[in-house]
Write a protein that binds this ligand. Structure first.
Ligand code: MEV
Length: 313
């Protein structure tokens, strides 16, 4: 039986969520241990999908899955395989709607799996262009950052409309990622910031400030300055909260983390729920903070040494 697989992984935004939509730079980190895999198997008839949301025919996918359905049809049309039967299985360890790029990761893994299955070459720009089909549908005005990071093995510096650059990280600090369990609402949050910008001049300053923080953070990542990095995270969180995209539970967990000696903490991704990230000096401390957050209700935590996120060059 002919099968092919495509993979991708979670992402976190270290600096630059929301401001990236308005042309400011963002720093995004791949989280390679949290994976999405798509397997396509040749079958005699039918085009079927099996995933955590839906099992059945491609043509019968519910409205919530229209983005994915649209993506699959676009790929099949471009590869001139509209009528080819297949069975697709999507498996993902990325929690959905938590700002960890689960929708983009699914798109990336699906595209890779199909191109692999049909033995067609796939360039990186083609991969990102196709991922944008479902991301546009799901988010309305995506910066492209999620697709760029869930398909990259390296930390990236992302400016909307430009080719992502990989960046060096020289840091011994650790990150704790914690899931509040509350669904993040990226589409809503992006719209909220847009409305805010139309009404409040302070919002524009906050966006610029977020971009400045990303620029400074890039320098701190390269020279190992974890303390300043922590301050920049706290300041970023203040500005994101000012824009209205934090959440009371995120605020509560951030306070807990900082009271437990973290260097900095902020929401990650679209916000209004979802995940937060916490910067700490070492692994022991990371474990301690992860435990504190779990004891207070965080549904899942991951710890990640920043130095494991190596630069390509
Ligand atoms: C979502 O992960 C990040 C946002 O900046 C939206 C986007 O970049 O498309 C909130």
């Amino acid at each position: 039986l002919k099968t092919a697989m495509g993979q991708s992984h979670a992402k976190i935004i270290f600096f630059g969520e929301h401001s990236v939509v308005y042309g400011q730079p963002a720093i995004c980190l791949p989280v390679s241990k949290i994976k999405t895999s798509v397997t396509i198997t040749a079958v005699n008839t039918g085009q079927t999908i099996q995933s955590r949301y839906f099992t059945g025919k491609l043509s019968a996918m519910p409205d919530s899955q229209t983005g994915i359905q649209l993506l699959i049809r676009t790929i099949l049309t471009e590869l001139k395989q509209e009528a080819t039967p297949f069975a697709m299985q999507i498996e993902s360890a990325i929690p959905a709607e938590r700002g960890m790029g689960s929708s983009a990761a699914t798109a990336i893994a699906i595209i890779r799996a199909f191109f692999h299955f049909f033995e067609e070459p796939l360039s990186h720009s083609e991969l990102l262009r196709l991922a944008d089909v479902s991301e546009q549908y799901i988010h309305g005005n995506p910066s492209g950052l999620d697709a760029a990071t869930t398909s990259s093995r390296f930390p990236i510096w992302f400016v909307r409309g430009r080719r992502p650059q990989t960046i060096p990280i020289k840091q011994n600090a650790f990150l704790v990622i914690a899931d509040t369990g509350i669904l993040g609402q990226t589409g809503l949050a992006v719209q909220y910031v847009k409305n805010r910008l139309a009404q409040d001049p302070q919002a524009e300053l906050a966006i610029e400030h977020l971009g400045q923080n990303a620029k400074q953070a890039r320098i701190c990542l390269a020279n190992g300055d974890a303390n300043t990095l922590g301050h920049l995270m706290n300041d970023t969180q203040k500005n994101l909260a000012m824009l209205g995209v934090s959440h009371p539970l995120i605020d509560q967990y951030i306070k807990l983390a900082l009271d437990s000696g973290a260097l900095g903490a902020k929401l990650t991704g679209g916000g209004m729920g979802g995940c937060l990230i916490v910067l700490v000096n070492n692994q022991t401390h990371a474990q301690k903070i992860a435990t504190v957050l779990q004891q207070n209700g965080a549904v899942q935590t991951w710890t990640e040494p920043l130095r494991s996120l190596k630069h390509k060059g």
